[in-house]
Design a protein. Structure first.
Lengths: 171, 187
């Protein structure tokens, strides 16, 4: 499976360096290494979800209890979590760090991913969620730090889009 | 039993617990009995009160957490019961007031009035302690036993479909949120 183990490690290290101690996730292909890293790390609590919207509630509780958290999900999971994001995290001003695998964009081979890829950034924009694309592994640590800083200062959700260039090593 | 009778009957047992409620009647009734800094009312995001409780329980394992949920909200997040069971926080007591109705939006019947049994759903999801009670005495006993048990409990209380005439209170959502956060910081 050509999901980048090296870049998954860089992302995970950046989350840990920013104090993230709870990660909620629903598996998808691009996230497998990240989820395994979280599962193997004794300093990180991994919460495996049935549906992504639960992760918003869990991150709300974690934040109120003083624990920094992040959500790992596919863009379709983000679309499934929107009411929780709006009427939970935004309504209650929760700094929610969302890492969203950006499936269905240029280079996508799975037909079922393509509609989500076409709308993800527009939906994030409509929700006024500050968004950055992670493509260059050399900048990941910096961008994760910037995202966490803005989330904390604004008490609002932010999104980091995990791109094909970063996550997938095409043969 | 009515929900407000049930809330009154366990109100004094909420000292020292982080309490999360759903929106609507539950939030308004608990506030009418008396707001405290350890109460957080999730005034939207239906279905996620138990998830918020799970996030708190995992982050503060030494703080008892009580969630006051409802049948309509639980039905929106049935998968959340499986997540609760999977992580089985010993400090989480999940109470579900089941009035078989979406009372706050006009009393439309939910599936629990047509045969869905939430305590059994929770048990089948893997929640180790579950019960369904119909009287105040049973409710208080089961609530106290759950607080003693130190294991994840889903306690379904069948209540009448009655509630307050209004749901908006003078407690601001963000005021409540920051006060509750400070309470948790002190624990």
């Amino acid at each position: 499976m050509p999901v980048s183990t090296a870049n998954s490690q860089i992302i995970f290290d950046a989350l840990k360096a920013n104090g993230v101690r709870l990660i909620s996730a629903l598996p998808e292909t691009w996230l497998v290494h990240l989820i395994r890293l979280a599962d193997a790390d004794p300093d990180v609590t991994l919460v495996r979800l049935a549906k992504e919207e639960e992760g918003v509630g869990i991150s709300m509780g974690a934040h109120l209890a003083g624990v920094k958290s992040a959500m790992l999900m596919q863009n379709h999971g983000f679309l499934a979590a929107i009411n929780g994001i709006v009427s939970g995290a935004q309504l209650y001003r929760i700094p929610l760090l969302m890492l969203i695998s950006d499936r269905g964009t240029f280079g996508e081979r799975d037909p079922w991913q393509t509609e989500g890829g076409a709308v993800t950034e527009s939906v994030l924009s409509a929700l006024r969620i500050p968004t950055m694309r992670l493509s260059n592994p050399a900048r990941v640590a910096y961008q994760v730090r910037q995202a966490q800083t803005l989330a904390s200062a604004s008490n609002k959700p932010v999104a980091l889009l995990l791109t094909r260039d970063l996550m997938w090593e095409d043969a | 039993m009515t929900r407000i009778e049930a809330l009154r009957a366990v109100y004094d047992r909420l000292d020292g617990s982080a309490v999360v409620t759903i929106m609507g009647a539950v939030a308004a009734e608990l506030q009418s009995i008396g707001h405290r800094p350890n109460f957080f009312y999730l005034q939207h995001a239906m279905g996620l009160a138990s998830s918020v409780g799970l996030g708190i329980a995992l982050s503060k394992p030494d703080v008892p957490v009580v969630v006051f949920d409802g049948d309509g909200s639980v039905l929106m997040n049935l998968g959340g019961l499986s997540t609760l069971a999977r992580y089985r926080p010993a400090n989480l007591l999940h109470v579900v007031f089941d009035n078989e109705s979406l009372l706050s939006v006009g009393g439309f019947p939910t599936a629990t009035g047509a045969g869905t049994r939430l305590a059994e759903v929770a048990a089948a999801a893997g929640v180790p302690r579950t019960a369904c009670v119909t009287t105040i005495d049973e409710f208080v006993k089961a609530f106290a036993a759950a607080q003693q048990a130190k294991d994840l409990t889903t306690l379904v209380a069948k209540v009448d479909a009655v509630g307050p005439s209004a749901f908006v209170t003078d407690l601001g959502l963000l005021e409540n949120r920051f006060q509750f956060q400070r309470y948790l910081q002190s624990r």
